[in-house]
Design a protein. Structure first.
Length: 149
């Protein structure tokens, strides 16, 4: 099972990268969550923000697999404890890569290596479109998207 998306963003790689790793960028694109991480390969990370368990709800967590600034960010992914009681058993891999295309940046997202019968796979298809659209909007305009939640 694999989800793959390519988005072309009218910005340089540094601006797109900052949207993926800075608190302002992740808050704008990842439904108000910020990424908490040392960004050291092998170390843990969490996307934390408003949710079922308050302002510090862990939505997604895992391990940093690759961190190459303005090139590649790869992470294992587990849904937060508020979503599934067996969250630690549910895993996938998320990989963002950036490439320069003319004066634009091509952002590629691959979400793969899902454990069998992972219940988030069907939801991820819709969520990634929203997140990637939010990244593009934020980087190009500085505005966040309001999905009415």
């Amino acid at each position: 099972m694999e989800l793959k998306y390519d988005f072309y963003i009218d910005a340089n790689k540094e601006q797109v990268w900052n949207a993926l790793v800075s608190p302002e960028g992740t808050r704008s694109a990842f439904f108000g969550s910020v990424i908490k991480s040392s960004f050291v390969v092998g170390e843990p990370y969490q996307y934390v923000g408003p949710g079922a368990e308050g302002d510090e709800t862990v939505h997604v967590y895992g391990t940093v697999l690759a961190y190459e600034p303005q090139q590649k960010l790869s992470l294992t992914e587990h849904p937060g404890p508020a979503y599934y009681s067996n969250h630690a058993e549910l895993e996938s891999r998320i990989t963002f890569t950036l490439d320069t295309v003319g004066k634009c940046t091509k952002l590629t997202l691959v979400n793969d290596n899902y454990t069998p019968d992972h219940p988030s796979f069907s939801k991820a298809g819709d969520s990634w479109w929203m997140i990637l659209s939010s990244i593009k909007t934020f980087v190009e305009t500085g505005k966040t998207m309001d999905f009415g939640w």
